[in-house]
Design a protein around this ligand. Structure first.
Ligand SMILES: Nc1ncnc2c1ncn2[C@@H]1O[C@H](COP(=O)(O)OP(=O)(O)O)[C@@H](O)[C@H]1O
Ligand SMILES: [Mg+2]
Length: 362
């Protein structure tokens, strides 16, 4: 049996029945073929998948003529496929291998140092504001640890369809409030899926996933990517995989959050992604009875930090109970209450983003 034939057959499989978007080749750790005897080692995070995976191997390899098939398992995710030819020498510049996501004009990352600062709220409303300003917009929720974007767009239960294209299978992004949306959460099977699937292996899938989405026939003017929180490997890998036009960092006014802003700025500098600016969320509260403005977390230092690092504060979003309320209802505040101060603030941020990105492209 030919090695390449076996690998190709493994690549053509999918493991959707256990709710993951890989092929057997993606989870393969070792493969040896002698005549018609096959030894294969697979990654599996839990024993409960052993029988399924073994059956899948048999049904894939038997038709190719495999006689004795030995399957072993390991709980260590595959680091690198061992059966592939050795990788080409690394390019001089680690970012040279970046690819442009097809059919998208500007790709914007929305990042934050930690969860809960309102990153998704900002990403969803920025996408909505760009749409409101007449652009063709996509939103990608890449936060595998808490994909909340679809809920905020009222599209949590959308079924995701795939289609065949000359470039292979593509996942079709459904539309909500006129925005094309896709979420890693649509592909995450269920709550009891082991976290390890969501970790390194899933991330490897995410970088591929970025290129496998069908955003519709019309070119997107903007794609807003809601990143997982933090400044670690995921953000860096993404920065090395896809060409990105700019990043926005979301923070709250507290000092602890601002430490994360510095880390975020440093990280984007390292991966050579331009920073569009900082959005401060939960900046103040306006008492609905008296109209008085309260700076609950104290006087903001975000503007100073932005200046020190050569970037700008794009806007300050107040704490507005309606923001959370409409998010839960699945209508971004930009659409639900467009004349509110909060919605106007998001529109102004979107205008600044457009301006900054169009200058850069000149
Ligand atoms: N400006 C705001 N006013 C009121 N509630 C907000 C505001 N921004 C975010 N929230 C609420 O705070 C929670 C966390 O926001 P979310 O956008 O999910 O944060 P992250 O994506 O950073 O984890 C959500 O329940 C959201 O509705
Ligand atoms: Mg979020």
């Amino acid at each position: 049996m030919a090695l390449q034939g076996v690998i190709d057959a493994l690549k053509r499989t999918n493991l959707q029945e256990i709710g993951v978007s890989f092929s057997l080749a993606d989870i393969m750790k070792d493969l040896r073929i002698e005549g018609n005897n096959v030894y294969i080692k697979l990654f599996s995070p839990s024993e409960k998948y052993y029988d399924y995976l073994r059956e899948k191997i048999y049904s894939t390899l038997k038709p190719l003529g495999a006689e004795n098939i030995e399957v072993e398992f390991s709980s260590e995710p595959p680091v690198q496929r061992q059966t592939q030819p050795p990788p080409p020498p690394p390019p001089q510049n680690p970012f040279e291998s970046r690819r442009r996501i097809p059919n998208i004009d500007k790709v914007i990352l929305v990042a934050s140092g930690k969860g809960g600062v309102g990153k998704s709220t900002v990403a969803v409303n920025l996408a909505s504001a760009l749409k409101k300003l007449g652009h063709n917009v996509g939103y990608l929720d890449a936060d595998m640890y808490g994909p909340s974007g679809p809920t905020m767009f009222g599209a949590k239960d959308r079924k995701v369809m795939a289609k065949e294209t000359p470039e292979g299978q593509k996942i079709i992004a459904p539309e909500a409030h006129g925005v094309k949306i896709m979420s890693i959460g649509f592909l995450l099977p269920s709550e009891d899926t082991p976290v390890i699937w969501r970790g390194p292996v899933l991330f490897k899938a995410l970088t591929q996933f970025l290129f496998d989405i069908d955003w519709g026939d019309e070119k997107l003017d903007f794609l807003v990517i809601d990143l997982p929180p933090g400044t670690g490997d995921i953000q860096i890998t993404l920065g090395q995989t896809a060409e990105v036009d700019g990043a926005i960092i979301v923070t709250t006014p507290q000092d602890v959050a601002l430490i994360d802003v510095k880390k975020g700025i440093q990280m984007f500098n390292e991966v050579q992604i331009p920073i569009i600016g900082i959005v401060e969320n939960m900046s103040y509260f306006v008492c609905p009875d008296s109209g008085k403005k309260y700076e609950i977390f104290g006087k903001s230092k975000t503007e100073d930090i932005a200046k020190i690092y050569g970037t700008e504060l794009l806007g300050q979003i107040p704490i507005e109970p309606k923001v959370a309320e409409f998010s839960d209802l699945g209508i971004p505040i930009v659409f639900a209450k467009e004349d509110s101060q909060t919605a106007q603030e998001f529109i102004n941020i979107a205008k600044k983003v457009i301006e900054k990105l169009s200058k850069k492209g000149e």
